[in-house]
Design a protein around this ligand. Structure first.
Ligand code: HEM
Length: 414
């Protein structure tokens, strides 16, 4: 019997939905092209701060703008998705093109609208991913053409960014991911298997925005739901932040080791809400056997992350929202092997360290600064918000209020 390990996670099949829109970013390619893309992206993003404190300053800039944007709602009901989408999108912008957008920038709104459409329409599209023949149905019954049009808008926007960078590019003055890619494009011979083409660059950037914006925004939106509906948990987080950070400055990554309950809360959101419900479809590179089942080479496999994160044998009461499950009796953070919201293996989430940094900095600052509540006179219930399965498992739109805490005088120099 062959071991499942290496064979299983080394190849991802292209999903038909992506083929429809000529989309060759890291998420949907396989083999050498995938290996080369992943290596280049990781090395380059690390160079520009991924997983290191260098990036923390940029994220803190976005946290301040995010808090200020929420302040502007002046305690009236708002949807969390709007300010956090801009915040998370801007963190990727810093990495990719070394700049960021204002929260009311019309160009950025076009991008966000494209992402929203993906969330809304991909649920229908994923059926086509698993039953490819459905895409030949006449008309646009499964919304595929609509997604393709929206993807094209995003792609055009990104192409403009690339052209702008190319026109200003100076070797030796490499400031962001696009510059680094152009520099490599200039050095490499354009062989058949090269990833250094403008088309691949556009697809990779699109993937970084899509994979890095929706996931993080959806997690923070779910977190705001649990903050609003569980005041007991919210108070405990606030007390922890107040005791360890105070209210005079933003929480930093150095504080993370002391904010165990806050981190446990974030882990519980990632577990119960299972943002990426199922992983991208994988396929074994050779025939394998798992528990007596034969899986032929190339067969599409859809890993069910939710089944692991909600297994009663592992979690006991998986249906309950209970951050304490991640805290030991001694008060330390527990990290069970089955906690895999970013999946596992060689094809796991490339942005995990970035995502975990963002979630910690945005959520701890949000609770430090505001009390999150349902709109006045209303209650929020999981039955009303659960249920959109698209690129991510997102809640149905809901409103919350953010009431400044007593330390309203905190300005953070926004
Ligand atoms: C809460 C936030 C996030 C969650 C829950 C999440 C989850 C996942 C999951 C489950 C996968 C699929 C792994 C597989 O198919 O084996 C994935 C892939 C990926 N993620 Fe994330 N992700 C998050 C944030 C991010 C961020 C911020 C980035 C930005 C760089 C990112 C970039 C990627 C990329 C590029 C891939 C494809 C990796 C590959 O195919 O080699 N993700 N993510």
């Amino acid at each position: 019997m062959k071991s499942v390990n290496n064979e299983y996670d080394s190849l991802v099949m292209k999903a038909p939905i992506f083929n429809q829109v000529v989309y060759d970013g890291i998420v949907s390619v396989s083999g050498d092209i995938w290996k080369n893309q992943r290596k280049f992206i990781l090395v380059t993003l690390r160079h520009f701060g991924l997983g290191r404190s260098k990036l923390e300053d940029k994220i803190q800039t976005e946290v301040k703008l995010f808090l200020s944007e929420i302040d502007n709602f002046n305690q009236t009901p708002f949807k969390m998705m709007t300010p956090i989408q801009t915040g998370a999108g801007n963190v990727i912008s810093h990495l990719v093109f070394g700049g960021h957008f204002n929260h009311d920038d019309p160009s950025f709104k076009i991008l966000m609208d494209g992402f929203d459409s993906l969330i809304n329409y991909v649920s229908a599209g994923s059926l086509v991913t698993f039953i490819p023949i459905l895409r030949f149905f006449p008309g646009d019954l499964f919304g595929i053409k609509k997604i393709a049009r929206k993807m094209q808008v995003i792609k055009d926007f990104i192409s403009e960014l690339i052209e702008e960078h190319m026109s200003k590019f100076e070797e030796g003055n490499v400031n962001d991911f696009i510059d680094a890619f152009i520099s490599e494009m200039n050095k490499q011979d354009v062989g058949e298997n090269t990833i250094f083409t403008k088309e691949y660059l556009a697809s990779i950037i699109m993937d970084l925005f899509i994979a890095g914006t929706e996931t993080t925004s959806t997690t923070v939106t779910w977190a705001s739901f649990y903050l609003a509906t569980r005041p007991d948990i919210q108070s405990r987080i606030f007390e922890e932040v107040k005791a360890n950070v105070g209210t005079e400055r933003l929480p930093s990554m150095q504080d993370k080791q002391n904010l165990v309950y806050t981190e446990a809360f974030i882990m519980e959101v990632l577990r119960l809400c299972t943002i990426a419900f199922i992983s991208a479809s994988h396929a074994p590179v050779s025939d394998i056997w798992i528990r007596g089942f034969h899986i032929p080479k190339g067969m599409q496999i859809v890993p069910d992350i939710h089944s692991v994160l909600s297994d009663p044998a592992v979690w006991g009461d998986p249906e309950n929202f209970r951050p304490e499950r991640f805290v030991s009796k001694e008060g330390n953070l527990l990290k069970p092997d089955e906690f895999i919201p970013f999946f596992t293996g060689r094809r796991n989430c490339l942005g995990e360290s970035l995502a975990r940094m963002e979630l910690f900095l945005f959520i701890s600052a949000l609770v430090q600064r505001f009390e999150i509540m349902p709109p006045e006179g209303e209650t929020l219930d999981i039955k009303d918000v659960d249920g959109i399965f698209g690129v991510t498992h997102a809640p149905k739109p809901f409103y919350i209020r953010a009431i400044s805490r007593q330390a309203k005088e905190m300005t953070y120099n926004v």
